[in-house]
Design a protein around this ligand. Sequence first.
Ligand SMILES: O=C(O)CCC(=O)C(=O)O
Ligand SMILES: [Fe+2]
Length: 345
Amino acid sequence: MASAVAVQDLSTTVAAPPEKYILKDGIGGVDFPMLEVPVIDLSLLTSSSDESEREVEKLKLAFSSCGYIQVVNIGIEESFLDAVHVATKQFFSLPTEEKMKCARPKDHLDGYGNDTVFSENHTLDWNDRLYLIVKPETQRKLNVWPQNPTHFRKVMLELTSKLEKTNEILLRAMARSLNLQDESCFVKQLGENPIVLSRFNMYPPCPRPEQVLAAKPHGDASGMTYLLQDKRVEGLQVLKDGQWYKIPIIPNALVVNVGDQLEIMSNGLFKSPIHRVVTNRDKERMTIAVFFSPDATSEVGPAQGLVDDDDDDERPKLFNSVVDYTGNYFKYFQDGKRPIDFLRI
Ligand SMILES: O=C(O)CCC(=O)C(=O)O
Ligand SMILES: [Fe+2]
């Protein structure tokens, strides 16, 4: 059930956030160090030069430590990325009754709304979002897809189709970085009908940034996550060695992180990072996240080449295989649990 009031409207009408948004112990500080997130040049990943080898190695180190990279030279025009940001802003700038035409129906994930409330006890996130299943096409709920602005759908479809190519390049490079014979092994685990979800996030200004989170700590249920950050306003943080770090803004770079299902496929070598979003007292922040996940009918498990079948236990299988990981994710999430932990052997 979505809370009836959009956070965007709350943010302009109340002096203090309602109780259900307030974290009793606060967010754990007011200033956080910046993480040096490795920057990967996508154009270098597809060749076999020495430079390419170094880039692939960098990718492996990043995904096996902080779980994040920033990707540049992504082969997507800056003017197109600007169009994505503009369409997102146009949507969230519409009057509430217009946005409510895309409202998420009760007990659905798709559509416009705010935090899904599974229990009265948990603290709410300070954001509104538009969450849309893009693929498989049979799952699209077109009745909650914006018709306003008119080019919104076209822009979103173009973005996800461009990112599909990026995702394939990265997944191959990730397999290569682990010396897997079959470079397409992660791509293959996505199955015939991978799930593509897009999530447009609006984080309005919040009068109590030290007490309210824009998105609570979580690991993504996806295989891989691609994020177009707001170009001006920071907010994303990642947990590393027990400390929260800010993810820096590099305009037009893609922020990419490993999701839980790639952690499983890589038998724990790649880490699905715990991240969260903090609020800002004066500025709103908007981001666009695209998630690629395996087909809901595919079995997802540690790749063959990463597990020893004999008994010397050098590389034991660390995760049980799973079908439809995404499907059961949210109930665990709202209870502060990670479904991946239930698959550990
Ligand atoms: O907006 C952000 O910076 C991160 C969003 C995010 O983590 C998500 O949508 O899963
Ligand atoms: Fe996330």
